[in-house]
Write a protein that binds this ligand. Structure first.
Ligand code: ADP
Ligand code: MG
Length: 376
């Protein structure tokens, strides 16, 4: 495969915080970047060379993107996979529209995970009302999740009985869903793999993820699990990337069950919130990897340089009148790094930024990270 070198123009579908960090990595390496995002204030736009402010399915904007970029990627899974397949006729696109189509649909995603020989929670695919008229006991108590467009715990309803499940399905308007058995989680971890070709593949250290209200709150790296279990998660992520013939950065979320077995929760065809720590704590970060993969370059080394804790900053930490948190406390901590996404309006639950704390061990990093949060 021909490599793409700076100062080539790279394109990205989506201009949120993941796009912003991608643009920042690409620009540092000397590439130019075009961002397609309908939001005039998209976080990535202020760093980009070109902002195509248009809908993701805008034919003219897509033509411009294809004509002006040497390679195109995405920062989120809810793009039109057909548009990506269309772009791929004339431009290098990674990950493929086919892989994005799988990751954007929980039914296809779980089927693929199982097809790759990997475990998911017991689940029932519900594409029409007939599908839910079966014995539901194997999936109860469970979580009903919309097959598409869910994120940060949105589009999910916890159900305890068959009646509740059927009522919740009707409430969601009869859209395609999965009913998933609620598992007893010991903890949650993620592994992020970069795959350029079958020979060129690397995996970041496994992160331990703590969620609050269905939204990632903290990532702790290395995860506080046995090294053999972490190695197994990395191996499963590799196996999945291989099965999908994936090109790009693929994030894999796992559940660790009481018996220390691993179950795949979901995948994301892009860098992941739980991989933000790589910017401050690894030899290469997940956004550089995205650039490298789309340009046909070798994946960078993924070694962890220091134990690290990442804390998400949601709009909730802003003051009710929109006043900024007390950033001074983070600025005065010499082993902390603040990252803000440039979003103008703080809303509860909205991802506004994150910070990392690097220390000699994760317990110290976690203690300090939590103490800092208290004083923001
Ligand atoms: P999202 O796309 O919103 O991230 P997830 O499917 O990852 O949706 O669910 C969000 C969180 O909800 C998970 O990280 C986990 O904490 C919890 N959760 C989801 N499914 C299950 C399950 N089957 N059993 C137990 N907890 C779950
Ligand atoms: Mg998730």
């Amino acid at each position: 495969m021909q490599v793409i070198l700076p100062p080539a123009m790279l394109g990205i579908l989506g201009g949120g915080q993941l796009g912003r960090m991608f643009v920042s990595a690409a620009k540092r390496m000397g590439y130019r970047v075009t961002v397609l995002d309908p939001d005039a204030q998209a976080p990535a736009a202020e760093f980009a060379d070109v902002h195509l402010c248009a809908a993701y399915n805008d034919a003219e904007a897509l033509r411009t993107l294809a004509a002006s970029c040497a390679a195109i990627t995405t920062e989120f899974e809810n793009v039109n996979a057909d548009a990506m397949r269309e772009l791929a006729k004339t431009t290098r696109v990674s990950p493929s529209g086919d892989c994005v189509a799988i990751a954007q649909d929980r039914i296809a995603e779980k089927a693929w995970v199982n097809k790759a020989g990997l475990p998911t929670a017991p689940y029932l695919a519900i594409e029409s009302v007939e599908d839910i008229q079966v014995e539901l006991a194997p999936y109860l108590p469970g979580i009903l999740k919309t097959a598409r467009l869910g994120y940060d715990g949105k589009g999910q309803v916890r159900v305890n009985s068959a009646d509740e499940a059927r009522a919740a399905y009707a409430n969601l308007g009869g859209q395609a869903c999965v009913l998933e058995k609620m598992l007893d989680l010991k903890l949650e971890v993620s592994a992020i793999v970069t795959r350029v070709s079958p020979e060129q593949l690397s995996v970041f250290p496994v992160a331990e993820n703590i969620h609050k209200n269905g939204i990632l709150d903290e990532s702790i790296v290395p995860a506080r699990i046995a090294p053999a279990l972490a190695a197994q998660a990395q191996q499963m992520a590799r196996q999945l990337a291989e099965a999908l013939d994936y090109v790009g950065v693929l994030a894999v979320e796992f559940f660790v069950l009481a018996d220390d077995s691993l179950v795949i929760n979901e995948i994301a065809p892009r860098p992941h919130n739980s991989g933000h720590y790589t910017i401050d704590a690894c030899v290469s970060d997940q956004y550089q990897q995205q650039v490298r993969a789309m340009c046909g370059l070798l994946p960078g080394r993924t070694d962890l340089l220091s134990p690290v804790v990442m804390v998400n900053l949601l709009g909730d930490v802003w003051q009710a009148d929109g006043g900024e948190p007390n950033w001074n406390v983070l600025m005065e901590a010499p082993n902390a790094h603040l990252h803000l996404y440039g979003k103008k309006h703080a809303r509860p639950g909205r991802k506004m930024g994150h910070y990392t704390v690097l220390a000699t061990d994760v317990d110290a990093a976690l203690e300090q990270a939590r103490a800092l949060k208290e004083t923001l």
